[in-house]
Design a protein around this ligand. Structure first.
Ligand code: IMP
Length: 441
C-alpha cells in the first residue's frame, strides 16, 4: 500500500503544488494533512494560473479523490468560495472529501491572530493572519469546533458559547463586531454546513480502503520543515507539523502506509515573515532574485526574503523527514549568474563553526553563513528536459546539492509551466514501481 508524502524542505513556498500536481497523474488520491489557508499553491496549466489555498493540488485531475484530512484547519468561508471559483471554471470538484474531524477557523480566531501579532509588537511572527494559530490552540485546549459540528445547530451553538467564554477578555475590543454575534455566527456557519455537507466524510476510512487495495495515495504537505512547530525556528513557525510524520496523524493512517517521502526545495531559499534566516541576501542580488523568481506570497502578497540555498537546513530537513528524493524547483531563476553560492555551514559567536543545524535559538539568530561558491551558467535552461540538456555548471550544482544532503535529486524545475521539468530517472523508478504495484490486482 504505497503512500507517498510530499513535503516542503525549507520555509514553505518551495513549489510543492507543482510537484504534487505532476505526481498526482499516477496517484489515486491526494490528501492535505496539516495547515490551512495560510498555504498557497500556484499551479500553471496550459498557460492558465491556478491559485489554491485549501484544496489539495490533485483537484485539477478530474475525478481524482481529493481529501482534506483531519489535521487541516478549515476556514469554511474560504473553502466554500474556493469550491465555487473552481466550479465556475468548470473544474469537477465532486471527488472532494472533507474530514468530519477537521477543525474550523472561526471569526474570533481571525481577530485573535491579528490582535496577538499587534500585541507582540517588534517580536511579531509575521503570521498570515488567517487564524491558524488560535484555531490550533483551541484544538489543543479542546475548545475547537469541528466540521461535523456544522451539521447540528444545537451542538454548534453550545460549542461556540463554550469556546468564546474563556476569550471574553481578549475579545472585549471587538464586542460590537457583528461577526461575533452568536446568532449571526451560528447561522453563517450552518450555511457553510449545507454547502459543504455532500463532501463531508470519514476520510481516514476512505484512505484505508484505498491503501488496502494497493492504490497510490499522495500526502501533500503545506509550509515546510523549518516552519514546523516542534522542529522549526520556534517561535517563528506555524502552528502545525509540516514534517512527513504528521501525514499519518493528519490523515489517520499508520506509518507503514508511507513508502516514500519527497522533499521539495527551491534552488535557493526564501522565507516569509520574521525569524532567523542565516543565508539571507540583503543586497541588490537578493532583490533581483526576488523579482526574477516572482517571490511574493500567494496568500498575502508579501515580498519573500531571499537567500542562497541553505544546505545545513536542507540536511536537517532531510533527516527530519527521512527524505527518499529531492525535487529542486526554480533552477532557472539562477541562470545568468557568474557564480552561485551555497551555505555549507554556519559561523556563530566567537567564530564557532556549525555543520549541523544548531538546536539553540540564540545560536541560530547570530549565525552567519559559510559559503561555497560554484560557477554559474549563462544559458537559458527553460527548454531543457533531461539532465544532459543542462549546462555542465547547472548539473554540477545539482550534484553538489545531492551529495551534501545525501538524497538523490528526482525532479528539477526549469520554469513555471507544468512541462518545464526534468525527471532525472532517479527514484521516479520507485514511484513507477509503486504505480505498478497499484496496477496489480
Ligand atoms: P501562520 O501559519 O499564519 O500562523 O504564520 C506563521 C509563520 O509561518 C509566518 O512566518 C508565516 O509567514 C509562515 N507561513 C505560514 N504559511 C506559509 C506558507 O504557506 N508559506 C510560507 N510561509 C508560511
Amino acid at each position: 500500500m504505497p503512500g507517498i508524502v510530499i513535503v516542503g524542505a525549507q520555509w514553505g513556498d518551495e513549489g510543492k503544488g507543482k510537484v504534487t500536481d505532476l505526481l498526482a497523474e499516477q496517484a489515486d488520491a491526494v490528501v492535505r494533512f496539516q495547515g490551512g489557508n495560510n498555504a498557497g499553491h500556484t499551479i500553471v496549466r496550459d498557460g492558465v494560473q491556478w491559485k489554491l489555498h485549501l484544496m489539495p493540488s490533485g483537484i485539477l485531475h478530474p475525478g481524482k479523490l481529493c481529501v482534506i484530512g483531519n489535521g487541516v484547519v478549515i476556514d469554511p468561508r474560504v473553502l466554500a468560495d474556493e469550491l465555487e471559483a473552481l466550479k465556475a471554471r468548470r473544474v469537477d470538484v465532486s471527488a472532494l472529501r472533507i474530514s468530519a474531524n477537521a477543525h474550523l477557523i472561526m471569526p474570533y480566531h481571525l481577530l485573535l491572530d491579528s490582535a496577538g501579532e499587534a500585541k507582540l509588537g517588534k517580536l511579531q511572527i509575521g503570521t498570515t493572519q488567517r487564524g491558524i494559530g488560535p484555531c490550533y490552540a483551541d484544538k489543543a485546549a479542546r475548545l475547537g469546533i469541528r466540521v461535523q459540528d456544522l451539521l447540528d445547530e444545537k451542538i454548534l451553538k453550545k460549542k461556540i458559547v463554550a469556546a468564546m467564554e474563556p476569550k471574553r477578555l481578549s475579545l472585549r475590543p471587538y464586542e460590537r463586531n457583528p461577526a461575533l454575534d452568536l446568532r449571526t455566527m451560528t447561522e453563517e456557519y450552518l450555511t457553510y454546513g449545507h454547502r459543504l455537507e455532500r463532501h463531508i466524510a470519514d476520510t481516514a476510512r476512505l484512505l484505508w480502503e484505498l491503501l488496502d487495495a494497493g492504490s497510490l495515495v499522495l500526502f501533500e504537505g503545506a509550509q515546510g520543515a523549518m516552519l514546523d512547530i516542534d522542529h522549526g525556528t520556534y517561535p517563528f513557525v506555524t502552528s502545525s507539523n509540516p514534517v512527513a510524520g504528521a501525514a499519518c496523524v493528519g490523515a489517520g493512517v499508520g506509518p507503514k502506509a508511507i513508502a516514500e517521502v519527497w522533499g521539495v526545495a527551491k534552488a535557493y531559499t526564501t522565507r516569509v515573515g520574521a525569524g532567523p534566516f542565516p543565508s539571507e541576501l540583503h543586497d541588490a542580488l537578493g532583490e533581483a532574485l526576488r523579482h526574477r523568481g516572482g517571490e511574493f506570497g500567494t496568500t498575502t502578497g508579501r515580498p519573500r526574503r531571499v537567500g542562497w540555498l541553505d544546505l545545513v537546513a536542507l540536511r536537517y530537513a532531510a533527516r527530519l523527514n527521512t527524505l527518499s528524493a529531492l525535487a529542486i524547483t526554480k533552477l532557472d531563476v539562477l541562470c545568468g549568474l557568474d557564480s552561485i553560492a551555497l551555505c555549507t555551514g554556519y559561523r556563530g559567536a566567537e567564530e564557532a563553526e556549525f555543520s549541523e543545524f544548531p538546536y539553540h535559538q540564540t545560536v541560530l539568530h547570530h549565525a552567519s553563513p559559510e559559503l561555497t561558491e560554484l560557477p554559474g551558467w549563462q544559458e537559458d535552461i527553460g527548454e531543457c528536459r533531461s539532465l544532459a540538456d543542462l549546462p555542465p555548471a547547472a548539473r554540477d550544482y545539482l550534484d553538489f546539492i545531492a551529495n551534501a544532503v545525501g538524497v538523490p535529486v528526482a525532479l528539477v524545475g526549469v520554469g513555471p509551466a507544468r512541462d518545464q521539468v526534468i525527471w532525472t530517472g532517479e527514484p521516479r523508478d520507485s514511484l513507477l514501481l509503486a504505480g505498478a504495484q497499484h496496477a496489480a490486482p
